[in-house]
Design a protein around this ligand. Structure first.
Ligand code: ADP
Ligand code: MG
Length: 453
C-alpha cells in the first residue's frame, strides 16, 4: 500500500521544480496506509500547511485514480511527535535510515550524510570545516558559512552536519530550514497575528521556535534574505540569541557575506564572524569518484570507462551529473540496453547538445525572448521600454541563477552592460518573485523548459 503513495508522489515530481521538490515534497514521509487513511509525517506544522496547500490535492487526485477510491489524510508533525529525540520515540519506526530507535530530526534529508559525500580538491576545505563543526558544535567556528555555486553540495554538507550532530547528541534539537521557509514562516506568523491579535501569540511561538528551541540552527540559502527587511531584522535577533547562547549556526549561500547586497551590514558582518568556506566546482577526478559513488548507492552497474565518459562530458555541477545518470538509467530500462560505453556516449551526446556546459546565457536569452515574443536583438540591446526591460531582467536573473556566471560576464552578454545593471536586475526580480505569484510561475516555467532542453 505504501508504494502507492510513492508512485503518486513520483508522478507529480516531474512537474515540480527541483528546489521545491527537495525542500517541500521529499521531507514528507508516508508512515502507512490503512483502511482508507493515509498517515503522513511532516517536519513541522508550517511544512505541513505548505504541503497541504500546494501538493496534497494533486497527489490525492492521482491516488484516487490509481486506487479507484478516496483516502483521508492524517498528519503527524515531527516537532510535536512524542519525545522526539529520545530513544523510546515511537515515531522512530517511520524513519528509514539511521540506527533504530533514534529518529532523524525532521527536515534532514537521509541521503545527505558525510558518508555519501565525496571529497575532492575543491570541496576539501568546506568538508573539513563542516566536519569540524559537526564534531564540536557551538565551540569554535560560529557561524560556519558555506558558499558556492548551484548543485555543488552545500545543502548536502549542511544536512550532513545535522546528521552527525544528531548521531553524537541524540537529545539535541536540530532545526534545519531553508531561508525561504524561515521568511515565509515569519511572514505568516506576523500576518496571522495581525488578524487575530488576541489569540496566543503566534509571534511568540515563532520566536520560541527559532531563538529558544534549537541547539543547532541550520539555514540553507541565506541569500534569500536579500531585500527582505523585516525578515532580516528578525533573523538578526535570532542569530544574536543563538550565538550568545553558544548554539551552533550553519548557513549556506550562493555568495560571500560581503556580496550579499540587500542584506544589512550588521548581518553581513555577523555571517563572517566564524568560518567561511567555499565549495568549488569538482575537478574531473572528483566527478569520476562522485559518479562511481552514486552508482554504488543506486546499485547501478557502471564500468570505469562509462563513469569517465559521464564525468568528462558533464562538467557544470554535481546535480547535473546526477541528472545524466538518471537519464542513462531511465533510457536503459526503457530500451533494455545495457549501459556500455556506446550507449552512454549516445545518451551523453543528446544531453550535451541540449545543455552545453549546463546552461548557457544564450540559451536562456533565446528561451526568454521566445516566451515574451520579442527579438533576441532587443533583449540584448539598450531599449528601455517596459516590454523588453522586464524580460531582460528576467533573463539576467535566470542567467545568474542557472549559469552561475559573474555579474560582469552576464553584462557583457547583454550588449556590454555594466555589472551594476545586472546586479540591480537580479535584485529586482528576486524581490518581485517574493510578492508576485504570476511572475513566480513564469520564471518557474522558463526554468523548467530550459532544464528539459
Ligand atoms: P547545492 O545546495 O550546493 O546547490 P546540493 O547539496 O543540493 O547542492 O547538491 C546537489 C546534488 O549533488 C545532491 O544530490 C548532492 O547529494 C550531490 N552532491 C554534491 N556534491 C557532492 C559530493 N561531493 N559528493 C556526493 N554527492 C554530492
Ligand atoms: Mg542547496
Amino acid at each position: 500500500m505504501i508504494e502507492l503513495w510513492g508512485e503518486a508522489v513520483r508522478s507529480i515530481e516531474g512537474r515540480v521544480n527541483p528546489a521545491n521538490r527537495d525542500q517541500w515534497l521529499r521531507p514528507i514521509e508516508c508512515l502507512g496506509i490503512s483502511e482508507g487513511r493515509i498517515h503522513l509525517r511532516a517536519p513541522n506544522r508550517f511544512h505541513k500547511e505548505w504541503f497541504e496547500d500546494n501538493f496534497l490535492p494533486s497527489i490525492l487526485d492521482n491516488l484516487r485514480e490509481r486506487a479507484q477510491r478516496t483516502f483521508a489524510v492524517e498528519f503527524q508533525v515531527a516537532e510535536e511527535a512524542p519525545m522526539l529525540g529520545t530513544s523510546e520515540d515511537v515515531a522512530s519506526e517511520s524513519v528509514g535510515e539511521g540506527p533504530p530507535g533514534r529518529p532523524t530530526p525532521g527536515g534532514l534529508d537521509s541521503r545527505y550524510t558525510f558518508e555519501t559525500f565525496v571529497v575532492g580538491a575543491r570541496n576539501q576545505f568546506g568538508h573539513a570545516a563542516a566536519s569540524m563543526v559537526a564534531n564540536s558544535p557551538g565551540s569554535k567556528y560560529n557561524p560556519l558559512f558555506l558558499y558556492g555555486g548551484v548543485g555543488l553540495g552545500k545543502t548536502h554538507l549542511l544536512h550532513a552536519i545535522g546528521h552527525e550532530i544528531h548521531r553524537q547528541h541524540s537529545d539535541w534539537r536540530i532545526t534545519v530550514v531553508t531561508c525561504e521557509q524561515f521568511v515565509t514562516h515569519f511572514i505568516r506568523s506576523m500576518l496571522n497575528q495581525r488578524k487575530q491579535p488576541s489569540s496566543i501569540s503566534l509571534m511568540e511561538e515563532f520566536r520560541a521556535c527559532y531563538r529558544e528551541t534549537p541547539d543547532v540552527l541550520l539555514v540553507d540559502d541565506i541569500q534569500f534574505l536579500c531585500n527582505k527587511d523585516s525578515s532580516q531584522d528578525e533573523f538578526f535577533h535570532t542569530f544574536n540569541a543563538l550565538h550568545l547562547a553558544q548554539k551552533q549556526i550553519v548557513l549556506t549561500s550562493d555568495r560571500l557575506p560581503a556580496e550579499l547586497r540587500g542584506v544589512e551590514e550588521r548581518l553581513q558582518s555577523r555571517f563572517a564572524w566564524g568560518l567561511i568556506a567555499e565549495i568549488g566546482h569538482p575537478d574531473l577526478e572528483t566527478r569520476v569518484a562522485i559518479v562511481k559513488r552514486k552508482a554504488e548507492i543506486e546499485k547501478m552497474a557502471l564500468s570505469d570507462e562509462v563513469a569517465l565518459a559521464i564525468a568528462s562530458v558533464i562538467r557544470s555541477n554535481v546535480r547535473e551529473l546526477e541528472g545524466a545518470m538518471l537519464q542513462l538509467s531511465a533510457r536503459s530500462s526503457i530500451t533494455g540496453r545495457t549501459i556500455d560505453r556506446e550507449f552512454a556516449e549516445e545518451v551523453l551526446k543528446d544531453l550535451a547538445s541540449a545543455t552545453p556546459q549546463g546552461f548557457s546565457v544564450e540559451a536562456i536569452q533565446r528561451e526568454v525572448a521566445n516566451h515574451f515574443d520579442i527579438k533576441l536583438h532587443d533583449l540584448r540591446g539598450p531599449k528601455r521600454h517596459q516590454s523588453v526591460a522586464r524580460p531582460r531582467m528576467i533573463a539576467m536573473y535566470l542567467a545568474r541563477k542557472l549559469t552561475g556566471s559573474s555579474f560582469p560576464e552576464i553584462g557583457s552578454r547583454f550588449g556590454g552592460k555594466d555589472h551594476s545593471t545586472v546586479i540591480s536586475a537580479v535584485k529586482k526580480i528576486d524581490g518581485l518573485l517574493a510578492q508576485d505569484a504570476n511572475l513566480r510561475s513564469v520564471v518557474a516555467m522558463l526554468e523548467s523548459h530550459l532544464r528539459q532542453r
